[in-house]
Ligand binder design. Sequence first.
Ligand code: PMP
Length: 307
Amino acid sequence: MLISERIQPSRILDLIGNTPLLRLSGLERDVPGVEIYAKAEWLNPGGSVKDRAAARMVAAGSHLLAQGRVLLDATSGNTGIAYAMLGAADQFPVELCLPANVTVERKRILQAYGATLVLTDPLESSDGAIREARRRFAVHPDRYYYPDQYNNPANWLAHYETTGPEILAQTSGRLTHFVAGLGTTGTFTGVARRLREYNPAIRFVSVQPDSPFHGLEGLKHMDTAIVPGIYDPALADEDLRVGTEESYAMVRRLAREDGLLVGISSGAAALACLRVAERARAGDAVVTIFPDGAAKYLSERFWEERD
Ligand code: PMP
């Protein structure tokens, strides 16, 4: 009897989600009495939180992909990596528009999975990539499946249906604050909608870069960016702004004090958690999302700086 007749091997899709919730004991030393937790999203098979949204958007377009259409989208990297991984696993073509200045590690990963890259003007950042994807789709609407992660409800629904319930289960529903960075806003929107239904007393804090020119890859400065259609600012009780340098410093601190090699937006999220925790009451529990790990950012200079 063949092994395949006896066992049910895991598919890549099965490995997405159900990430651990980590306690950030190092950070907690600054805020005695308050607990801080983060979802370790880099443990998804594509290395980021975006596997969740990409999987749901791919599923929503599976009939088009089965007809041979090319999956096209604009992405600052992580959604692209997730699409490219799923495209390789399910054998559909993937074409991604992304700013030319994304890190070399990101481009290498996308190429390794076999995706086609369309590099856009770095000065236009992710908005330039969005405009290019729209242009391509307008010219050849029949060639592509264009999920458009900024405007696709499947993006936030992935978090409403998976990340939110996981957080409730892992905390026994006893969190008091939820903090998350805003990119497409899918993570914040989906989790906040789910948690608010469960307990309207939970406070929701969104996190943005404090200036249009920032190094917080994956996050958007909403005042100056193309605002995602799925963004619902009314969901946030508070919107915090964080700086690039202080986020880099937090990334270094998380490595040294908590043993966590995380990405820059995780540093931004941790910083926002500390600010929230400083004003919280003893017994409160703050939960955030660490969207990706440090692997894609290791060539950046900020690791060399001293604190
Ligand atoms: N951090 C990183 C590293 C990301 O790639 C993204 C996705 N753009 C986010 C945060 C924000 O997630 P979301 O798109 O769900 O708002």
